[in-house]
Write a protein that binds this ligand. Structure first.
Ligand SMILES: [Zn+2]
Length: 106
């Protein structure tokens, strides 16, 4: 992945969210309540709803983004930055690049 490729593939927050949704569906959504794998996706709420018990799973639930308010694209960008650099990027450098104050979040 290069920076240009990243910008082409993920130009907007929406593109990142739909990509994240697709990846999660490939992994499989498992209902926390009844362990069913059959879900509908509620587009307006960005949640999966269990076909059996109607329990809802949010887009970020169960992922490392679960307790974060950062845009999905910021996470994608952070992960992409880590892959750009062979040595890896320090959390400080990442914070600087993202112009982000909440070091702990990163
Ligand atoms: Zn269920």
């Amino acid at each position: 992945m290069t920076i240009l490729k990243f910008l082409e593939e993920y130009p907007t927050e929406v593109s990142c969210r739909s990509d994240f949704r697709m990846k999660r569906e490939q992994e499989g959504i498992i209902c926390k309540k009844c362990k069913s794998k059959d879900h509908y996706f509620l587009n307006s709420k960005e949640q999966w709803q269990c076909k059996k018990c109607r329990f809802r799973t949010t887009l970020r639930s169960g992922s490392m983004m679960e307790n974060s308010n950062l845009p999905v694209r910021t996470w994608y960008l952070a992960m992409a930055f880590m892959s750009f650099s062979k040595k890896g990027l320090s959390a400080h450098e990442l914070q600087r690049q993202l112009e982000h104050n909440r070091y702990a979040t990163v």
